[in-house]
Design a protein around this ligand. Structure first.
Ligand code: FES
Length: 90
């Protein structure tokens, strides 16, 4: 199980974190990834001017908005999760 933390701090919230949560949960459901990926809200993650900010383990994904959320999910976040899962499983 990998957790994706979506920043709900005020700067990111204003840039659409709620919408990002919606988009990510749709894509997770669509790909039957509910058993592998858990979405969580987070307090401010730090780099507020680069929001919306999302964190998986120690990796930050920045500048996410409702328009690019799906692209970032499939091109950056999913490959990263696969990579860390591969490392954990040896
Ligand atoms: S509000 Fe999201 S990083 Fe600060």
């Amino acid at each position: 199980m990998v957790e994706i933390y979506i920043c709900m701090g005020s700067a990111c919230f204003l840039k659409g974190s709620e919408e990002i949560v919606k988009i990510f949960s749709e894509e997770i459901a669509k790909n039957s990834l509910n058993a592998q990926i858990k979405l969580k809200g987070s307090f401010c993650l730090g780099p507020c001017n680069q929001g919306v900010v999302v964190k998986v383990k120690d990796q930050f994904f920045k500048h996410i908005n409702p328009e690019n959320a799906r692209t970032i999910f499939y091109e950056q976040i999913i490959p990263y999760i696969k990579k860390i899962e591969g490392e954990e499983n040896g």
